[in-house]
Design a binder for this molecule. Structure first.
Ligand SMILES: Cc1cc2nc3c(=O)[nH]c(=O)nc-3n(C[C@H](O)[C@H](O)[C@H](O)COP(=O)(O)OP(=O)(O)OC[C@H]3O[C@@H](n4cnc5c(N)ncnc54)[C@H](O)[C@@H]3O)c2cc1C
Length: 494
């Protein structure tokens, strides 16, 4: 970083440039790969050898706190330090800085809420684009039943805006404080997916900035190949800056059921029955440790959106234990936001800052009992920590996004081992990463794959296997839309 002599013309050109922590980024040194920062914009300017910045409506940050924050994520396992952070004041800022990165060989990645577990939104020596300022929520269209939002909007805010009009997005992640761009880049799975697919299956249009720095609208009918390269595309071809999301009429209250099981096969069979006949609006499930620490107790979680739920009809033909059934009537939003109290407690106890070597797998339904059973047999309460294990089925016929890979089975099961472990115990973290890899390999051998939000060591060859028949289209789109390969290196795909 340097301070350079003043010149009036340069000073004028720099007006409106990025400001951070009392300093002004006045240019980029392409040789030293560093930014020139001045104390104020009025007395210091870029000089020879420095490349000036484009005009920005927002801020470009190079202070330690900003760089350190974006060299971390929810996983607290990987730490890659960027050289700058963009807090865009407009979509034009994203265009300008993606072009700038392309011109100067800098890598860049958008970051929504930073809830990836394994450095997915981090960029060593590059630029992080924080999308949080791009959080506008457009008018909710009662007739079109859509809403157009900025990529940085959180699902909690999008949902509240839609509910004010009696409407709701169709599918939710279990936690609502994730960004729209962040979940659309991975898929967005939830208990409603057996009816409505993933969140990516409920997008009617995207606004994106490609790796070449072009602002493009795409949809199933317009720049279709770009649309399909971006949804669940792990940020490889474009930065999502806006999305139009389909909405449905919202229930006001729902009835929530927790049904206990002590046999894995019975649990899986009942879940399969429920997602196939569709009697509930939402179906998930958890695996919990029994008194001996063995993960052999199961809770089927199902929610009826019916205005007048009929318990006898809804529970007919199920084989859960007769005792221990719990039901509760909840306001719809309280159901969607049901994790909020638990998250607040984890934060208060300091556990949100623990490492999260999460394992997220998609297992073919016909092998779910043996493969998930094997992984669960190897799991100990100590290796899960204060996390949870989710296990629930999806319906492949509802999943239409080519890059959301689930394997070929018509009823893939999501197994999510949400491990939580002290971040300074690196030996344990490394051991759990190795265990994740072993579990992934068992799932891959069975024809499944990972759901790429967790922490599984993966190399380029693994990614080719992961994308399978979709790989040639993704590789071609990458060459076309991100010809300089600047976007999202943290996934390690290209
Ligand atoms: C507590 C918790 C609960 C979760 N529950 C679920 C769940 O129920 N279902 C589910 O499917 N997932 C779930 N997830 C996983 C979550 O959906 C992903 O980790 C998601 O990517 C996080 O969103 P984010 O805004 O934090 O993204 P980030 O972590 O900021 O980014 C994730 C990846 O997406 C890219 N990206 C971010 N924004 C954009 C953009 N605008 N354009 C292009 N690429 C972008 C980043 O570069 C990065 O590669 C959960 C995660 C947590 C921490």
């Amino acid at each position: 970083m340097s301070q350079l002599p003043s010149s009036p013309s340069r000073r004028a050109a720099l007006r409106g440039l990025a400001v951070a922590a009392g300093a002004v980024v006045i240019g980029f040194d392409p040789v030293g790969r560093s930014w020139a920062v001045a104390a104020t914009s009025s007395d210091t300017v870029a000089g020879d050898g420095l490349v000036g910045l484009p005009h920005l409506d927002g801020t470009l940050l190079t202070d330690d706190a900003s760089l350190a924050a974006d060299a971390d994520d929810f996983g607290h396992i990987v730490h890659r330090r960027p050289v700058a952070v963009l807090r865009p004041g407009s979509v034009a800022d994203v265009v300008a800085m993606v072009r700038f990165c392309g011109a100067h060989g800098l890598k860049t990645a958008p970051r929504g809420q930073g809830h990836g577990a394994y450095g997915q939104a981090q960029v060593e020596g590059g630029l992080v684009i924080e999308t949080a300022p791009l959080a506008e929520i457009g008018a909710v269209g009662p007739r079109s039943r859509t809403v157009t939002v900025g990529a940085g909007a959180k699902w909690s805010d999008v949902t509240k805006a839609a509910l004010a009009h009696g409407l709701t997005p169709p599918v939710f992640t279990d936690y609502l404080e994730l960004s729209v761009g962040g979940t659309l880049s991975v898929g967005g799975l939830g208990g409603q997916s057996h009816h409505h697919g993933a969140q990516v299956d409920n997008v009617t249009e995207l606004r994106v900035v490609t790796g070449a720095g072009e602002l493009v609208r795409c949809s199933p009918t317009r720049h279709r190949e770009l649309f399909h390269a971006v949804l669940a595309g792990l940020g490889q071809c474009a930065v999502i800056v806006g999305a139009t999301i389909r909405l449905l009429p919202a229930p006001t209250t729902v009835r929530h059921y927790l049904l206990p099981y002590d046999d894995l096969n019975t649990f899986l069979a009942d879940q399969r029955l429920l997602v196939t006949d569709g009697r509930f609006g939402y179906v998930e499930g958890q695996v919990v440790a029994d008194a001996n620490g063995a993960f052999r107790s199961y809770l089927l979680e199902a929610v009826s959106y019916d205005a007048h739920p009929d318990d006898a009809r809804l529970l007919a033909g199920l084989h859960h234990n007769p005792t221990g059934v719990q039901t509760a009537d909840l306001a719809y939003y309280d159901f969607l936001d049901r994790l909020a109290p638990a998250v607040a407690a984890l934060k208060a106890a300091g556990l949100w800052a623990y490492a999260h070597p999460w394992l997220n797998l998609l297992i073919p339904g016909d092998k779910a009992a043996s493969v998930a059973g094997g992984i669960l047999d190897a799991l100990t309460p100590a290796d899960l920590g204060p996390g949870v294990v989710l296990l629930y089925p999806l319906l492949r016929e509802r999943l239409h996004t080519p890059l959301l890979r689930t394997g070929d089975d018509p009823v893939p099961y999501l197994l999510a081992v949400l491990r939580t472990t002290p971040p300074d115990d690196t030996a344990t973290v490394q051991r759990l990463l190795a265990a994740n890899r072993t579990a992934y390999e068992a799932v891959r051998a069975a024809g499944g794959t990972q759901y790429p939000v967790g922490a599984i060591p993966f190399d380029r060859a693994d990614w080719r296997t992961h994308f399978g028949s979709a790989w040639p289209a993704l590789a071609a789109a990458k060459r076309h839309y991100d010809p300089r390969g600047v976007l999202v290196p943290g996934q390690g795909i290209f």
